[in-house]
Design a protein around this ligand. Sequence first.
Ligand SMILES: C[S@@+](CC[C@H](N)C(=O)[O-])C[C@H]1O[C@@H](n2cnc3c(N)ncnc32)[C@H](O)[C@@H]1O
Length: 243
Amino acid sequence: MLGLDDVDLDAYDFLDLGAGTGGSVELCTRLFGGRGLGIDNAPKKVRAAHDAGADVVLGDITALPRRPLVRYVSMCDFLEHLPTYDLAREMLSVAASVATDFLYIRHPSFEDEAYLRALGLKQYWQDWTGHPSHLLLSDLTEMLSEVGASRLQIEYVKPVWHSSDATILPLDAPPDQSGYDPEAHGAKPLVAFTKPVHRAIYLIAHIDGASAPAPSTTPRPRPGAGRLRHGLGQVLPRPRRHP
Ligand SMILES: C[S@@+](CC[C@H](N)C(=O)[O-])C[C@H]1O[C@@H](n2cnc3c(N)ncnc32)[C@H](O)[C@@H]1O
């Protein structure tokens, strides 16, 4: 199995941290272009990626040389898997050291945990043993600013307005579940939310000092994705009422 030491990092345009079986490498190539190298620390996933023809290697991300290596670094559904906030900060620090232009983060939302808990509800990924770090947008923005990536474009995606949505489970459902199944999870309170409860946050953090992004680096909107697009450096409040 290929490791970080076996590849020429200069041959790549971006690194995808926590690449798993390589789907996010492909996604980022579609969104931002370039040749990507995925890095993951799970041998099984790296082997599966290799078998599927994806460019993913086994490696310790914290051992990457801290010098500009690639145009951008992506982290898709990755940071919440790290055991501590300190490790998440270190990953962002590595990412900001090796990227010349920007970081791209896709993160499941933990913003509404308290709101949902008060209603006897949870989003299923908020109770996964594999998600020890429930990083909030405020944590991410603070860490990104510390590592020198303070100009942000933030999108809240996939708003949910009612607890009947399949992503919403009763609070007492067991951990490590996916979509709502009344047989397995029991009844849940049926509630219209007074604000949208989003499924995920997508974030582009421009490396301080890098030139403004060319339009081609902005991801093309996907049809049907309810989203708010924020300008550079702006973090706007989410809507409070039904659109
Ligand atoms: C939910 S998967 C995301 C996979 C991929 N990015 C995607 O979006 O399809 C999270 C991945 O992070 C990896 N991971 C967790 N901790 C890691 C670490 N310290 N170094 C590298 N990879 C790690 C896991 O092995 C897993 O493949």
